[in-house]
Design a protein around this ligand. Structure first.
Ligand code: EPZ
Length: 420
């Protein structure tokens, strides 16, 4: 397994190009299963999760071709059961359930299973499918779904932690080819849900209200092929913005959507980080002494849970007491113990982490645990004195395109150590 060796202490300076959004492209790739015509997706990030989803589509019978950041998928003829070893390995693959039901009226997918950030249940996905008339059975780690016919209906998709992003995606995709009207109440409002709806509508679907808590889908008899450009990755942009602030540098984010980052920029400004916007170009730099802040992660447009770990690093560098409360996932503080190896002083009280910031961080070997925690450890290594080695970097390669190259271009002293 590769690792990243970082010699910290260099302020990041320059421009970084933001890639296409992982969490938009995965459901959009699944949506290509809804038509027997070819689709072209542009601005596709080169990530292991994306290549994985491509393999899953191929295991279902689709033709998949990647050429730089352009993906061509032709699901001319597909089957309802894929390669379970593949499907089980990536939680995001649950979003093939809706399209398989929409296209074939049947599906068999493996349960995503839990991960380091929480149990990752799919009860709301199944509730949505059943509301459309699907018979769902869960057995031996698989979900088997059959729907002689899909009929539109009203469904409330709010769970104990608020809306579900991929659950909303699944219901939108199945409902697109159902008979009649489906209304999703408590739908997820993330930009990635809007991007999926835009793609589905370009295929001939009739979806309104995406991005609001109430989404209406008027089913149609068939969908045709389409072309689509994926929105930029707001989580990658937030990660680089925080890395700029954490190293005391100045970084311009090219190709980001500042309107997708209001909560993050609001909290960065509150901590005395300067966020300057010129149209869609955003430059981030320290504005002087960092100020301690309180952050709570919430469904969009609240502060994103996928930026919680990265923000915690900035708090470690801020003199005073900061508090970060995780309201979306039940256990997303795996990075805390690793940050402590670098000298951070953080205590966990239930859903909150109390950060006593201001002590300088010093480099050490650390272990990546999940995608965003790994990104946080990289930021901490960039800000720490000495050398930090982040092991199990495959976690990072799932969701960040060439993160070491992009950071090197900004002046970071970071090397990828290939496992021999
Ligand atoms: C998506 O996951 C993202 N992944 C996650 O990003 C992101 O953290 C999450 O949305 C929240 O924004 C992709 O889009 C591929 P949820 P998703 O269903 O859809 C509970 C990253 O780092 N819930 O919105 O799986 C769930 O346990 C990843 O890029 C149920 O209770 O998340 C959680 O507490 C990590 N029942 C909350 O809802 C369900 O049926 C939000 O989960 C489904 C979810």
């Amino acid at each position: 397994m590769d690792s990243l060796s970082i010699r910290g202490g260099v302020p990041l300076r320059g421009e970084v190009q933001i890639s296409g959004a992982k969490n938009a492209v995965l459901p959009i790739m699944a949506a290509t299963l809804l038509t027997d015509e070819p689709c072209v997706i542009r601005h596709v990030p080169n990530l292991s999760d994306v290549r994985f989803m491509g393999q899953i589509l191929e295991s279902l019978g689709a033709k998949v071709e990647f050429e730089k950041d352009v993906l061509r998928v032709h699901a001319k003829k597909i089957q309802g059961a894929g390669d379970y070893d593949l499907i089980r390995k990536m939680r995001g693959s649950i979003c093939i359930l809706g399209p398989l039901l929409g296209r074939l009226r049947q599906a068999k997918v493996s349960l995503p299973g839990g991960c380091v950030i929480g149990a990752r249940p799919v009860d709301l996905h199944l509730k949505g499918m059943e509301a459309l008339g699907t018979k769902v059975t869960v057995q031996n780690g698989y979900v088997t779904a059959k729907a002689p016919k899909l009929a539109g209906s009203e469904v409330f998709l709010g769970g104990r932690a608020g809306p579900t992003v991929l659950g909303t995606a699944n219901v939108m995709m199945a409902a697109a080819l159902a008979d009649g009207i489906t209304v999703i109440e408590s739908a997820a409002c993330e930009p990635e849900v809007i991007d999926l709806a835009d793609f589905l509508n370009s295929m001939g679907a009739r979806i309104t209200g995406a991005g609001s808590p109430t989404v209406q889908i008027a089913g149609v008899s068939r969908l045709h092929g389409a072309e689509h450009e994926v929105i930029p990755d707001r989580i990658e942009a937030a990660t680089f913005a925080i890395a700029a602030a954490a190293t005391g540098g100045e970084v311009t984010l090219r190709g980001a959507r500042p309107d997708h980052l209001s909560a993050v920029f609001d909290k960065l400004s509150e901590s005395n980080v300067r966020v300057e916007r010129k149209g869609r170009i955003v430059t981030v730099k320290r504005g002087g002494k960092l100020r301690p802040i309180d952050v709570t992660t919430l469904p969009y447009s609240g502060f994103p849970t996928d930026v919680q770990a990265q923000m915690m690093v900035l708090m470690c560098l801020t003199s005073g007491i900061s508090i970060i409360t995780e309201r979306v996932f039940e256990s997303r503080f795996m990075h805390v113990s690793e940050l402590a190896r670098l000298g951070a002083d953080i205590s966990i009280e239930g859903p909150s982490a109390i950060v006593k910031g201001g002590r300088p961080l010093s480099g050490a070997p650390v272990m990546a645990s999940d995608l965003r925690a790994s990104a946080a450890l990289v930021i901490a290594g960039l800000a720490a004195s000495g050398t930090t080695v982040v092991n199990r970097v495959y976690h990072i390669d799932r969701g960040y395109e060439q993160i070491d190259e992009k950071l090197r271009k900004l002046g970071a002293r970071i090397e990828r150590i290939k496992e021999t």
